[in-house]
Write a protein that binds this ligand. Structure first.
Ligand SMILES: [Zn+2]
Length: 304
């Protein structure tokens, strides 16, 4: 059975750590993530974007996750990331996701409240929890893009949470989606985060939080990638965010980069190799390594 996202996050809220949300697109990625989380006895949230659903199909991704949760001992929740299409959100609710995100952050405040409220009503009826977003996270990810960051206003966040009844809130405090997060020095608005946490009193979510690890970038570039100018969120800033109220951290880019680096390496080093299993097994291993580091950073080891 899939785990309950709200329960997993309630424990993280109570004990001040963060649960990893990891985006999935195929079986090897799921297995790599679950391998790491099982080794560390950590609860995890697997997430599908609308783009992933369009690519792989919601049933495939749902069943991969269900199988993973049945075969492992750790709590595994399934979450819809950046739900914007009401039909996809409804499909996720009906098929039995643990939680859904309604992202109406691009709308005006009142419209965002209305849309979020509607999804909360639909989801709560089935015991499914809801993540919403207030403010705008920068950058580009799948079908989601914003040109600049609009920081979340703490007073408005309080009103938003009270009026919508959402279970957790994605906040914009300076991170961006994708691999190019900062032009200058990385800096998160921890002051805002503290204030939002103090007055909303619900688990807060950090998007655009990948670390873009240098060793993985070096491997990808050694075997032909061009990733100049990429920059992630430093581990020290992630730690500070967790210490000040973040309980769910989304990671997608780091997994993509690991996938890319692993495939490039094996194809480059073994030009005679064409067995998909031999090409994708290193993906599973590298994804697992990257996820293991993330879980340790989040403080969720042995919280299963
Ligand atoms: Zn996001």
């Amino acid at each position: 059975m899939l785990a309950n996202t709200k329960k997993i996050l309630a424990n993280a809220y109570k004990h001040n750590y963060a649960v990893g949300h990891f985006n999935i697109n195929n079986m090897e990625i799921v297995q790599g993530i679950v391998q790491a989380a099982s080794k560390l006895n950590a609860p995890i949230i697997l997430a599908t974007s609308e783009g992933a659903i369009k690519y792989a199909g919601i049933k495939y991704l749902y069943n991969l996750t269900l199988t993973a949760s049945e075969e492992s001992k750790i709590p595994i929740a399934l979450h819809l990331d950046h739900g914007k299409d009401i039909n996809i959100i409804k499909e996720a609710i009906n098929i039995g996701y643990s939680s859904v995100m309604i992202d109406a952050s691009h709308e005006e405040f009142e419209k965002n409240i209305q849309l979020t409220k509607k999804i909360v009503q639909l989801a709560h009826k089935k015991g499914i929890s809801v993540e919403a977003e207030l403010g705008t996270i920068g950058g580009v990810e799948d079908l989601v893009s914003a040109r600049k960051i609009i920081y979340t206003d703490p007073e408005k966040a309080k009103e938003f949470v009270d009026r919508t009844g959402c279970d957790f809130l994605a906040v914009a405090i300076g991170t961006s989606h994708g691999a190019y997060k900062f032009e200058g020095k990385a800096k998160l608005r921890i002051d805002l985060l503290k204030e939002i946490k103090r007055i909303t009193k619900i688990p807060l979510v950090l998007h655009g939080a990948s670390g873009v690890p240098k060793d993985i970038i070096r491997t990808a570039e050694k075997y032909g990638a061009n990733l100049s100018g990429v920059k992630g969120v430093p581990d020290s800033q992630i730690k500070m965010a967790i210490n000040n109220g973040i309980n769910k951290i989304n990671t997608d880019t780091d997994i993509r980069i690991a996938f890319d680096a692993a495939v490039r390496k094996v194809i480059f080093k073994k030009p005679k190799e064409f067995d998909p299993r031999h090409i994708l097994n290193p993906v599973r291993e590298l994804v697992s390594k990257v996820v293991e580091k993330r879980i340790r950073l989040f403080g969720s080891v042995n919280k299963a």
